[in-house]
Design a protein around this ligand. Structure first.
Ligand code: HEM
Length: 329
């Protein structure tokens, strides 16, 4: 997942070594995120009392600079070279997230006209840390349920079989449009096991009354994302894994019509990566089930206990036996 997101971020010409360096430093940064939030609240206090943790935090930032800044400079150089090339010479160019950030300009009256390298580094860090752990966690929960309920896995396999054409190597992006049961499985996975159980902190801009409770101006508000998706007033048998509940009508994950679940948040601060995340999940699940049969390790059930890390992960990571469905796998 890191390799995929790293290429979206820094371009598709990264070497294996560069991808490994990005993954290593981002993994450390993500695990460290809970400490950084302490510094946000008690900066002066933490400078003295939490010196060691602060030093560790600064070390991670320095390591990120060592890995990311050369990559940002490479994209800057490529941008300058491209400006002198014709369209014909430039055919294998793929736009990256960093390219869009380098092109960003603020209005002229702003005291800063464009982003600095350090701003771009922070945005790339946000892109990778917000995108990789969440999507990987969702994928693991969905596969865990397909192992736990082989009849659902089989029904999905039959749907894919009806869509993939003879001679195709795997499921293509266009094929996904013809797979309503796959979409239902992804939505049910996100409802039953949202990777983040609470939203990011939001604030109200003025005193607001909600169900007779006053939320004072600037008061911090977080939304209980998992509980909203498990509400028995909205969902029948909410703790069961039943993709069929999403088959009867098209479901709007953005919550613009009604809000019965919000694994990506809703409104202006909704996850900007939700479309990408849905595509990655559909594409990976379809191809993994098309290529392999997934079974529980003999004698072991699938334990769906949760553990809070940066995301809500499986307490006991999924252990499976996978067998290729086709001879050439
Ligand atoms: C299954 C996968 C994902 C889930 C469940 C998820 C969920 C969320 C949630 C709940 C929020 C906070 C929304 C709020 O507080 O209102 C969020 C924010 C964010 N997400 Fe995702 N996300 C996923 C994948 C991604 C991906 C793939 C990217 C980008 C590559 C991404 C980038 C972001 C960013 C940058 C923010 C912060 C937005 C802000 O500060 O306003 N996410 N995500």
């Amino acid at each position: 997942m890191y390799s995929l997101l790293a290429q979206l971020c820094f371009g598709d010409k990264l070497s294996q070594k560069q991808m490994e360096e990005i993954e290593e430093v981002e993994h450390r940064a993500t695990l460290h995120l809970s400490n950084i939030s302490i510094f946000d609240f008690w900066k002066s206090f933490s400078k003295i009392v939490l010196r060691k943790r602060r030093a560790w935090s600064l070390k991670i930032r320095k390591d990120q600079e060592d890995v990311f800044i050369p990559l940002i400079r490479e994209r800057k150089k490529l941008k300058e070279e491209r400006s002198t090339k014709s369209n014909m010479e430039d055919q294998d160019y793929v736009l990256s997230y960093v390219d869009t950030l380098l092109d960003l300009r603020f209005p002229a009256n702003h005291d800063k006209i464009q982003l600095t390298e350090r701003d771009i580094l922070s945005l790339c860090n946000e892109f990778l840390s917000a995108g990789a752990g969440t999507t990987t966690t969702a994928l693991e929960w969905i596969l865990a349920n397909l192992v736990k309920y082989p009849e659902i896995q089989e029904k999905l396999f039959m749907e894919i079989k009806g869509v993939v054409r003879d001679g195709d190597q795997g499921v293509k992006e266009d094929d996904l449009q013809e797979m309503p049961y796959l979409k239902a499985i992804i939505l049910e996975g996100l409802r039953r096991h949202p990777p983040t159980h609470v939203s990011l902190p939001h604030a109200v801009t003025e005193d607001t009354t909600l169900n007779e409770y006053l939320v004072p101006k600037q008061g911090t508000v977080v939304f209980m994302l998992a509980d909203i998706g498990w509400d028995p007033n909205s969902w029948e048998d909410p703790m069961a894994f039943k993709p069929e509940r999403f088959l009867s009508s098209s479901f709007d994950i953005t919550g613009s019509r009604e809000i019965k679940m919000m694994p990506f948040g809703v409104g202006r601060r909704m996850c900007p990566g939700y479309g990408l995340a849905m595509l990655i999940l559909e594409y990976f699940v379809a191809n993994l089930i098309w290529s392999f049969e997934w079974k529980a390790v003999d004698g072991d059930g699938v334990d769906l206990s949760e553990k809070q890390e940066f995301t809500m992960v499986m307490k006991n990571p999924l252990q499976v036996q996978i067998s290729p469905r086709w001879k050439n796998n």
